[in-house]
Ligand binder design. Structure first.
Ligand SMILES: [Zn+2]
Length: 404
C-alpha cells in the first residue's frame, strides 16, 4: 500500500496522477520498482516495448508471471494496474522469506501501456509479449505529434527490436493478473477477493431512428413521426433486456437528437448501444432480439431504421485449471469463493492468447476507479496476497502431480 502511494507521486501533472506510456515519470517508476527488486536480489529489465520485467533466475524452468500495467488514465487513482504489480512484488518477497519451493519460477511484469490514453492504442506492452503487436501502431501520433516509435526511442527502447519482447519461446506455466474490481459486485457480495471467470465480450452498435421534424404546437400526434420518441422506446427495451437477462449489461449512453430544439418534434435520434456478457451466445441472442425490437418500433411509428455494428468482440475465458486453483485458494484462506466476469478489458485479454491466464479481483470502495477517489482496504490487499500465494502453492502441487 505504501509503495502504491510512492508510485502515485510519479506523475506528468503536479496535482493529479497521470502517467502515460513512455512518459518521464514512467522512468522514475521503473527505477523505483527496480530498486525494490534489487533489495531482494532480483534483477529488472525493460524490454523493447517498454515493459518492466523482474526475475530471479536464468534457469530454464517454467515460469508463472504476475503483474498488471503501470500506465494510468488522466487524473487516475493509485491502484488501477499498479496494485497488481506491487502484489507480485509482495509475493516474491513472501516466497523468499518463507523459503517456499515452487515447481516454477515466479516473474513479475509491469506492462508499459494498457489504457490507450497517449496514442489511443491500448495494450501496446502485452501485444508485444504475445506477438500480436501491429507495427502500424509505431507511426501513430500523440497530441504533440510524437509517434509511438519516437516515444519508445526517447524512453531508451529500440522499436526495431520489439519482436524480441515475445514470450513465444518461453516456457510459461501461467499469467495471473491481480486488479481492482472497478465495480461494486465484491462489495455487494461482502468478499475481499474474487476469481474472474471470463472477460466479457462486447457488442457496440449505432442505431438511428429517422422520422420527420414538425412544429410542436401544430402537428397532431397521429401525424407525427417522432425519431426521439421511437429511440426512447428502444432505450427502455434495452434496459428491460439488461434487467431480465442474467449477467447481461445493456446500456445506451449516447443519444444524438436532431434538431434538438424544445419546440420542434424531433426529426431523428441516433443512439449507441453497449452490450456485454461473459457468454457470447447470450450476448448475440440479446442483440438479435433488440434488433428485431428496434425494427418493430420503427415500423409501428413510420420511422426509417439504420443499424450499424461498430464492435463485436468475443469474450475471453480465463484458464479453467488456474482459476480452479485460485478458487480453492480463496476457500483455503477462509473466504467465500466467488467467481465474477470482468466487464472491463485488461492485459489478461491479450496474454490469454499465448499463456494460460487468470485474474483475481480485489474489492474497491463503491466500485470507483479511473478517479482519484479509487480506494482499496489494506485488509483486502492482505487477503489478495495470501490467496495468490496459496494459489501458487496449489498450482505448483498440481504441476508436480501431473509430472509423476
Ligand atoms: Zn487497469
Amino acid at each position: 500500500m505504501d509503495r502504491c502511494e510512492v508510485l502515485a507521486n510519479f506523475s506528468e501533472e503536479n496535482s493529479a496522477l497521470t502517467r502515460r506510456f513512455c512518459s518521464p515519470p514512467m522512468k522514475q517508476v521503473h527505477k523505483e520498482i527496480g530498486s525494490w527488486l534489487e533489495a531482494i536480489g532480483w534483477t529488472s529489465e525493460i524490454d523493447a516495448a517498454g515493459n518492466l520485467l523482474g526475475h530471479n533466475t536464468n534457469v530454464d524452468r517454467p515460469a508463472v508471471l504476475i503483474g498488471s500495467h503501470l500506465d494510468t488514465v488522466r487524473n487516475a487513482g493509485k491502484y488501477d494496474g499498479v496494485l497488481g504489480v506491487m502484489i507480485g512484488l509482495a509475493i516474491a518477497e513472501l516466497i523468499r522469506e518463507s523459503k517456499t519451493e515452487l515447481a516454477f519460477d515466479v516473474e513479475i511484469i509491469g506492462f508499459s501501456e494498457e489504457e490507450g490514453v497517449r496514442f489511443d492504442s491500448p495494450y501496446i506492452g502485452s501485444s508485444a509479449i504475445v506477438e500480436c503487436f501491429d507495427s502500424q501502431v509505431l507511426g501513430q501520433k500523440d497530441e504533440d505529434g510524437i509517434t509511438v516509435e519516437m516515444a519508445l526511442e526517447s524512453f531508451g527502447c529500440n522499436p526495431t527490436e520489439i519482436g524480441n519482447a515475445s514470450f513465444a519461446n518461453r516456457n510459461m506455466a501461467g499469467f495471473i493478473e491481480v486488479h481492482i474490481e472497478q465495480g461494486p459486485v465484491l462489495e455487494m457480495e461482502n468478499c475481499p477477493v474474487g476469481a474472474v471467470s471470463a472477460i466479457a465480450g462486447q457488442t457496440r452498435a449505432t442505431i438511428g431512428f429517422e422520422g420527420k421534424a414538425g412544429h410542436a404546437g401544430t402537428v397532431p400526434h397521429v401525424h407525427r413521426r417522432d425519431g426521439l420518441a421511437g429511440a426512447a422506446e428502444f432505450i427502455s427495451a434495452v434496459e428491460k433486456k439488461g434487467r431480465e437477462t442474467d449477467g447481461l449489461f445493456a446500456t445506451v449512453g449516447d443519444v444524438r437528437v436532431e434538431p434538438n430544439v424544445s419546440n420542434v418534434v424531433p426529426a431523428s435520434a441516433i443512439v449507441r448501444v453497449d452490450l456485454r456478457h461473459e457468454s457470447d451466445s447470450v450476448r448475440m441472442m440479446a442483440w438479435q432480439a433488440l434488433k428485431e425490437l428496434a425494427s418493430q418500433i420503427a415500423g409501428r411509428r413510420g420511422l426509417i431504421l439504420t443499424l450499424e455494428t461498430n464492435l463485436n468482440q468475443p469474450a475471453v475465458q480465463m484458464d479453467k485449471e488456474i482459476t480452479n486453483y485460485l478458487m480453492k485458494a480463496i476457500s483455503d484462506c477462509g473466504y467465500k469463493p466467488v467467481q465474477i466476469p470482468s466487464g472491463a478489458g485488461h492485459d489478461a485479454v491479450i496474454m490469454a492468447r499465448m499463456v494460460p491466464t487468470s485474474m483475481l479481483f480485489v474489492r474497491c470502495r463503491d466500485g470507483i476507479s479511473h478517479h482519484p477517489d479509487e480506494h482499496v482496504e489494506e485488509a483486502d490487499v492482505v487477503a489478495a496476497i495470501k490467496i495468490l500465494f496459496r494459489g501458487l502453492v496449489r498450482i505448483s502441487n498440481g504441476l508436480l502431480k501431473s509430472r509423476t
